[in-house]
Design a protein. Structure first.
Length: 101
């Protein structure tokens, strides 16, 4: 079986660190969707007004993003950011944040 390099990277990360595939995809989504700009690399914010996400549970992140997306939780920036996320994005991001122990 021939693997595409991106798949090889994901498999290497999973087997090397015990990290789920969803968490690896979530890490990529975290960078691509701009989360890193406010919440920092590895979930550690360097801006006092922006919360660090490292140490938060996946369930907390999943609920927060779902609530921001629906408008049940109000924050103009996060409502706009979460509005562009689908369920898979939210689950992958939650798994990534949950892996940042």
């Amino acid at each position: 079986m021939k693997f595409v390099p991106a798949y090889s990277f994901i498999l290497a990360m999973i087997f090397a660190g015990g990290v789920s595939a969803d968490a690896v995809i979530g890490q990529s989504t975290y960078a691509a969707k701009g989360c890193i700009g406010c919440h920092g690399a590895g979930g550690v914010s360097v801006v006092a007004t922006n919360p660090s996400l490292k140490g938060r549970s996946g369930d907390f992140i999943r609920k927060s993003l779902t609530d921001f997306r629906s408008g049940a939780r109000k924050n103009p920036i996060m409502n706009a950011m979460a509005g562009g996320l689908n369920d898979a994005d939210i689950n992958n991001l939650a798994d990534y944040i949950d892996s940042l122990k």
